[in-house]
Design a protein around this ligand. Structure first.
Ligand SMILES: [Zn+2]
Length: 64
């Protein structure tokens, strides 16, 4: 099974990788996160705005 983690810095969901593909950080990945949202149009999404997301992708709502 692929380990799913979320980046504490940008909320991006990471599948089995050790480096966040969005912000390229190594040590901000967390296994404990809440919720998952797919952002297609960051400009038109209230959730994207609230989470400070400006790229389409899969994101966690809350990362602990
Ligand atoms: Zn990140």
């Amino acid at each position: 099974m692929v380990k799913i983690k979320a980046c504490k810095k940008c909320n991006s969901i990471v599948h089995g990788e050790e480096v966040c593909p969005i912000c390229k950080t190594h040590n901000h990945l967390s296994k404990s996160f809440v919720g998952m949202v797919i952002i297609r149009e960051p400009k038109d999404s209230k959730i994207a705005k609230r989470l400070n997301i400006n790229r389409p992708g899969k994101y966690a709502i809350k990362v602990r």
